[in-house]
Design a protein around this ligand. Structure first.
Ligand SMILES: NC(=O)c1ccc[n+]([C@@H]2O[C@H](COP(=O)([O-])OP(=O)(O)OC[C@H]3O[C@@H](n4cnc5c(N)ncnc54)[C@H](O)[C@@H]3O)[C@@H](O)[C@H]2O)c1
Length: 294
């Protein structure tokens, strides 16, 4: 078992991909604090006690019912009191409120950024002092996995808040990987594809989206959980600051932006030599339109 005696906190762990991660962690010997506010896809209150209900039927778990942006310190306290440490943090909680930028409203933007990005910062700020202390005291260094989205890499129509939050979380992943490198605590990001209530809720606007939805509904969340489990374990002790994708049996590593060509400014600026390197303006749905391998 890869995670014997390790203690994890998983935000949004009571459903979908988060729950698959929790179940895989338990199967690999870990104890898990499930933090979940039981909200709808858009973040409206729905099942506030969901984390408790799920935890009551899973061994070696504890529940914190609440918004991760508020409940992060409680989650760390519960992990320490119930299980004695914090070794693994998975920032998985997220909501979606889509709107074209020219129809977007401030309240939806704020709610998405708070759940999907601020929540991750709050949990990392609460957990990492303890994780560093543990590493100093000789405990095997821990690991962080941030669940992001290809919407934050390619962009997608109407996903301004969601894509920006996920792109922000990718940036946070790099910084946290730097900040914790001396403690040998690792931080990676995973962009998943899996059948959950979110995939089920897609209302296809065209044939391409309908085809995407049909394929996505065949991809199990467990394959995401297996990659996250690997990254959280000692088997990935040398892996930090990386951006992965996972879709069924396929695991991808994404390139990360680096300068690939340059021109020098003179009296006139000519960008033409850079054009061969311009990124195509494709959405993530277009980029991942091939059949998943299951
Ligand atoms: N399903 C996919 O194919 C897919 C694709 C790209 C990215 N993702 C990412 O994977 C993660 C999980 O997605 P999912 O499809 O399982 O979603 P889901 O809606 O099925 O589950 C999300 C869970 O998070 C909880 N949650 C939401 N906001 C919270 C908050 N602020 N505090 C605590 N709990 C909160 C919800 O109550 C819910 O239980 C998300 O980060 C999502 O952006 C999923």
């Amino acid at each position: 078992m890869d995670l014997q005696d390790r203690v994890a906190i998983v935000s949004g762990g009571a459903r979908g991909i988060g729950l698959a991660i929790v179940e895989e962690f338990i199967a690999q010997g870990a104890s898990v604090v499930i933090v979940d506010s039981g909200v709808s896809i858009g973040g409206e209150p729905e099942q506030p006690r969901l984390a408790e209900e799920v935890s009551s039927r899973l061994e070696r778990t504890a529940a914190v019912c609440g918004d991760i942006a508020d409940a992060a310190p409680t989650a760390v306290e519960v992990a320490q009191k119930r299980f004695g440490s914090v070794d693994i943090v998975v920032n998985n909680a997220a909501i979606i409120r889509d709107a074209f930028i020219f129809k977007s409203d401030a309240a939806s933007w704020d709610a998405v950024i708070r759940s999907n990005l601020t929540g991750a910062q709050r949990l990392l700020a609460a957990a990492t002092p303890l994780m560093r202390e543990q590493a100093k005291n000789g405990r095997a260094p821990g690991a962080i996995v941030n669940i992001v989205s290809t919407a934050g890499i390619y962009g997608n129509f109407g996903q301004g808040a969601y894509g920006a939050a996920k792109a922000g979380l990718i940036g946070l992943t790099r910084v946290v990987a730097h900040d914790l490198a001396r403690s040998r605590i690792r931080c990676n990001a995973v962009a998943p594809f899996a059948a959950t209530r979110v995939t089920e809720s897609i209302k296809p606007a065209n044939d391409a989206q309908a085809a995407y939805k049909a394929k996505a509904l065949r991809v199990p969340a467990r394959s995401v959980a297996r990659l996250v489990c690997h990254l959280a374990s000692e088997r990935a002790a040398h892996v930090s600051g990386q951006l992965f994708g996972v879709r069924g049996r396929e695991v991808f590593v994404f390139s990360q932006p680096r300068p690939v060509q340059r021109v020098l400014q003179g009296d006139q600026l000519d960008l033409q030599p850079l054009e061969a390197h311009f990124a195509d303006l494709v959405t993530d749905l277009e980029a991942f339109s091939a059949d998943p391998i299951l």
